[in-house]
Ligand binder design. Sequence first.
Ligand SMILES: *Cc1c(COP(=O)(O)O)cnc(C)c1O
Length: 370
Amino acid sequence: MNKTDNISALAVAGVQKLIPYVPGKPIEELERELGLSDIVKLASNENPLGANPTVAKAIHTILAELTRYPDGNAFRLKALLAEKLSVTPQHITLGNGSNELLELVARTFLTPELEVVFSQHAFAVYPIVTQAVGATARVVPAKNYGHDLSAMSAQINDKTRLVFIANPNNPTGTLLAPDELEAFIQGLPSSVLCVLDEAYYEYVAADQRADSIAWLDKYPNLIITRTFSKAYGLAGLRVGYSLSSPEIADLLNRVRQPFNNNMLALTAAEAALLDSDFLDRTVAANNAGMKQLTEAFRSMGLEWIPSAGNFVSVDLGKPAMPIYEALLRKGVIVRPVANYEMPNHLRVSIGTEAENQTFIDALKQVLNDV
Ligand SMILES: *Cc1c(COP(=O)(O)O)cnc(C)c1O
């Protein structure tokens, strides 16, 4: 029999040191652990409005087709996206969530000799996809919790192949000014790709949004990623996409699994894209909920990081983990962000008015008790 003392030693170096992604605690898990019901989960930046009935109906119409493989080229969804975004289908690459696009970019463009630049407090998936392919991450200290673009520029060298920027950023919610962001992209060497992660794009106020798609023609090294997981409310189905030059899309599509988006997900995304009413209600509810939460924080004397997304990180002024745990015992799940070097913050997703109120009441009690 073959014996290997240490299988872990056989893994590539980056994977040996890789710290896995920690998702928000699932509702069912807390139910099992504490025997609670009526749990409020504000931990994963999900859409609080519940499943979109239009999407549910579309999924029902496709059920009879489930013995078939899905359309590996996603003709219909790409056509709808192309029309909506004024690009061609050749600019689009679909992913199993936009997380898959982040991974595809890493696998397509990185080697162990190359470096990746991203910010402190940036999305946890960037270090994971970088390390998994053995590339080196250069993490640049943040400025007021946001991207310090000039410090990031200073970290770019001959080995740099990729920069990740989330705008708005998760978990901080910080947003870059469009002109600043464009100047940064413009200043990149042509051998450095920029992934502009716009997972929360739909939540950004119209007058603060970058017209990033218009930049694609000017900057062939730009890759924009967006998702159906957040404002479109389809986190459970896993659909994201990238927009890039057709040349980059062609490369990503060589690496992509042929049927990475399942048939239900494709059908749902098509229906969701056509339902602008649901999107409008989502954004309106988010704006109201953001106000509700931040006004409560103000009244409690707590500081928070102004957020352009569907979540807000609040500074508790002391270690947040015990408060997170006390909230769990009250049936409220939020997100500790100590793994993002923010040990005193909790990230709270904007919920319905009632969910937000439950959280606020629980937080007040817990802060009193701790
Ligand atoms: C939620 C999120 C994503 C999207 O993940 P999906 O795989 O599309 O569900 C991407 N980037 C950031 C910064 C996020 O917060």
